[in-house]
Design a protein around this ligand. Structure first.
Ligand code: BG6
Length: 555
């Protein structure tokens, strides 16, 4: 038995290591330079292999570069494309991770010339790129940019798109490999998918690939998600469909896996014996901006709990996967999502709110109902909090509290694993009055890092006074390189055909199964409770935790 286990572990290590031909046993590998002290940080391994679970079986020293291919973006004039997708493509090119022959095609209704479109892309890139803007990178990228004017209901526009893609194959050498990014509302997916099929664009010639990238939301409930899925799967093979949940592309989310599975000290306490509860917070200080059309009727829970927060919960709660392949990761996340139990009393264990006017820093901001494009009687929630339980041996009795909201005190996303109190405190009661519960907080953004909160003796004094202190790891301080944007990582993964960071249909459906009963319950309630912009949400949310004898962390 032991030998079998050891063999399995050895195989697994081999699968996930970056072992090069020159690696020697007990090698000490410099990982980074501490930016303040300018000292290299080292990780020492007893075995010839040291592994980074985030990089799977890839060699760290070899950059992952996409082969010949192109990306077609539907909805290219939208906010997401301008602020995230186009800059991400440029940043990838700037980092040398796209092939020199890369092609980028925009498909949009606007009556633009190709030159006008290239100017538009350049402006978006210059305004939002993460890496420095370099004329040489831009010139090379711009040479592969094409524009197709048309609407989704026009078969001739898709014929033109087909001709453009073939021209890229011929002139740029994209070799028939094309990815289609649907940055469009879900109601448009079926139409675009059908047009791609009718024009032959969804089919590749031998040796080439066609992939489709679908932006969330994947439907608005389980039934619509299934419908959407059946349309897309009629056109594309399931292995060619990449659903984007950009939170999975964030470095700190991936670091959660490193924290849990590359270290020895967390897993032994990562369970119901030690953990009191888990709080997952996604707070935003922005309002709905120009997204009234999308947001109203959708609300906070469908917008981010169904996807980002449930994914964070699954990664926090899952067992160690056999490997970091898509199949094995999904298997573990799926188990967690299947084991979720909703509270019987949804009124007591959920909360919803809607922001009223208030102050965001020094700016006075309007309430949700006064926002442009919002129905003044809208019952859409801009804040949501829910308690979920996970019925597994590891998590029995440990509530997971998920909360998210717009126009809150500040922008912060974090996962806080809050521990039970020590079973016995051998100090006088007065001396430990200020002591809270220990916590490990994974800060997803901003200021990515990990904080450990624990009790320490206050210096001096004749009594043993213990107070909470923080021990902090910050990415910014420990690593010299700043993290790539989530979309850089995810677009590159699609071009490489690398699926571990994309939720599967099963995960999407299970997430809707969790959320649907809550949404149905909320739909009977009418107006959500108001909270002043710039505060931490409705009183209901505080009451929800107070009933369990707990309180929300102040991030
Ligand atoms: C999107 C939501 O998925 O995530 C938005 O639709 C939200 O409402 C955004 O503002 C937040 O993303 P990030 O990366 O800024 O946390």
């Amino acid at each position: 038995m032991r030998t079998r286990l050891r063999t399995r572990l050895a195989q697994r290590t081999a699968q996930h290591t970056q072992c090069g031909p020159n690696r020697s046993p007990n090698r000490i590998s410099p990982l980074a330079i501490d930016s303040r002290r300018r000292l290299p940080l080292y990780i020492m391994s007893e075995s010839p292999n040291w592994s980074n679970p985030l990089r799977d079986s890839r060699d760290l020293r070899l950059p992952r570069i996409a082969g010949p291919c192109s990306l077609v973006i539907f909805g290219v004039t939208g906010d997401l494309a301008q602020k995230k997708l186009l800059p991400a493509v440029y940043d990838l090119a700037n980092r040398g991770l796209l092939p020199p022959s890369f092609g980028l095609t925009g498909f949009a209704r606007r009556d633009w010339t190709q030159e006008r479109f290239i100017e538009f892309v350049k402006a978006a890139v210059q305004a939002h790129c993460r890496t420095p803007f370099k004329e040489s990178t831009w010139r090379n990228l711009a040479a592969g940019i094409r524009f197709v004017q048309g609407t989704f209901d026009d078969p001739e526009a898709f014929e033109r798109l087909s001709a453009t893609v073939q021209e890229l194959d011929r002139d740029r050498g994209t070799q028939g490999n094309h990815a289609f990014y649907m940055s469009v509302p879900p109601r448009a997916f079926p139409q675009v998918a059908k047009q791609l099929a009718a024009s032959g664009l969804s089919r590749s010639s031998e040796g080439a690939w066609r992939r489709v990238i679908i932006e969330k939301p994947f439907g608005h409930d389980l039934a619509s998600a299934k419908e959407l899925d059946s349309v897309v799967s009629e056109v594309f093979d399931p292995s060619s469909v990449f659903r984007i949940d950009h939170y999975l592309g964030k470095e700190t989310v991936q670091n959660l896996l490193a924290l849990r599975f590359a270290n020895a000290m967390y897993e032994p306490i990562w369970n119901a014996n030690y953990v009191d509860h888990v709080q997952i917070t996604m707070a935003e200080d922005i309002g709905i901006g120009g997204r009234a059309g999308y947001y109203d009727g959708i609300g906070a829970a469908r917008d981010v709990i169904q996807n980002h927060l449930l994914q964070l919960m699954a990664l926090t709660a899952m067992e160690e996967p056999v490997s970091f392949t898509a199949k094995d990761l999904t298997a573990e996340k799926t188990k967690v999502l299947s084991a979720v139990r909703l509270p019987k009393d949804l009124a007591a264990n959920t909360a919803r709110g809607q922001y009223a006017k208030g102050w965001q820093g020094s700016h006075e901001v309007v309430g949700y109902l006064e926002e442009k494009g919002i129905d003044p009687k809208s019952t859409t929630e801009t804040y949501a909090a829910i308690r979920l339980d996970i019925d597994t041996r590891r998590w029995a009795g440990v509530p997971f509290y998920l909360r998210c909201g717009k126009r809150l005190g500040k922008r912060v996303t974090e996962i806080a694993v809050v521990f039970k109190r020590a079973p016995h405190l051998p100090f006088e009661q007065t001396a430990v009055r200020e002591l809270g519960k220990n916590a490990i907080v994974i800060r997803v953004q901003p200021d990515e890092g990990v904080t450990m909160r624990f009790g320490a003796k206050v210096p001096g004094g004749s009594t043993m006074e213990v107070r909470d202190v923080n021990m902090d790891f910050s990415y910014g301080r420990s690593f010299t390189e700043n993290s790539p944007e989530a979309y850089e990582r995810l677009i590159l993964d699609v071009l490489l055909g690398d699926p571990p960071l994309f939720p599967t249909t099963e995960e999407v459906n299970l997430s809707w199964e969790i959320l649907d009963p809550i949404e149905q319950f909320w739909s009977t309630l009418g107006q959500p409770q108001a909270y002043r912009a710039g505060t931490w949400g409705p009183a209901q949310a505080d009451e929800m935790l107070a009933r369990d004898g707990r309180h929300w962390r102040m991030p």
